[in-house]
Design a protein around this ligand. Structure first.
Ligand code: HH2
Length: 284
């Protein structure tokens, strides 16, 4: 299986890829306001690369539940200089985390090669045509509702089955818009229109998404389901994030979106060394 994003190509199976998060926002749920200045955001991105990031995801609008939407102009003012700075200083693929086709197009023109789309549940194909035109990679994330409405009353009869059906439908629509399956990564969207129980069911069912034959991306980093389970405040959720990540990678996740790249890399290296031996002695 391959994933194409601009001139980058990743071949699987391979060790998991770490996508470091650079939030150029005043209000992100875990690091809002920390990297709002361009220089500070670029420095942060470079630190993530030094810590072992394989990709960087740049976002200029918080998607936490109930966050205030940002105009396209403001979003571009935040992200473009950071994308340009990080593309020119690192050789690694940069992704733009946006819901707006115009922001995606400008980011891709500035050197980003992946669109991370939390609003892949949209009806129109404007975003997909931008992705097709730039031959970009595309993260197709599942969300029920919008960031403004998603946590009001999420409902599913069978969350894993419904998310799988959503992905099948999107792969068809993407193909119709000119985006080939090889450009697509799937993400179940932990915390996006899901209760604690929905999140846990999805995390427990990750294996079942392998039948779709596309790489899986997962974002659990510092998320509130960890607080619901353990009481840990946002600044103290690394251990819970790592536990979920290690199990998810064991179950086939290939891309891990994380605020804590170095710690995640260390946890995955140790887990991989042990899992390799377990399969060798037939215990799994
Ligand atoms: N989670 C967040 C944002 N973007 N994209 C994908 N593909 N998957 C995710 O799970 C995901 C995402 C939320 O995290 P963060 O960016 O740290 O917070 P905020 O949206 O408040 O900026």
């Amino acid at each position: 299986m391959r994933f194409h994003a601009g001139h980058h190509c990743f071949e699987f199976p391979r060790p998991p890829l770490l996508m470091g998060i650079v939030n150029v926002t005043p209000d992100s749920f875990s690091d809002g306001g920390q990297h709002l200045a361009t220089a500070s955001a670029i420095e942060h991105g470079l630190r993530l690369v030094a810590g072992g990031a394989d990709l960087l995801d740049i976002g200029g609008e918080s998607t936490r539940p109930g966050a205030t939407p940002v105009s396209g102009a403001d979003e571009l003012r935040r992200v473009l200089p950071v994308i340009e700075g990080l593309v020119s200083r690192t050789g690694i693929p940069v992704s733009i985390d946006t819901r707006k086709p115009a922001v995606a197009a400008a980011a891709l023109a500035a050197g980003a090669v992946i669109v991370n789309d939390i609003e892949a549940n949209r009806e129109d194909d404007a975003m997909w045509r931008v992705v097709a035109e730039h031959q970009a990679g595309y993260v197709c994330m599942h969300m029920q509702g919008t960031p403004q409405t998603m946590q009001s009353e999420p409902r599913y009869a069978d969350v894993a089955r419904e998310v799988r059906e959503f992905f099948k439908d999107r792969l068809v629509r993407l193909e119709r818009a000119g985006v080939r399956a090889g450009q697509v990564v799937l993400d179940v969207g932990i915390g996006f229109g899901k209760t604690l129980e929905h999140n846990l069911e999805l995390l427990g069912a990750l294996c079942s998404f392998q039948t779709l034959d596309r790489p899986l991306l997962l974002g659990v980093s510092r998320k509130s389901f960890i607080e619901r389970l353990t009481g840990a405040p946002v600044e103290d959720r690394l251990a819970g994030s790592l536990a979920a990540t290690v199990l998810a990678v064991r179950d086939g996740v290939q891309f891990v979106r994380t605020h804590d790249v170095a710690a995640t890399r260390q946890a995955l290296q140790v887990a991989a060394a042990i899992l390799e031996r377990q399969s060798a002695c037939g215990t799994r």
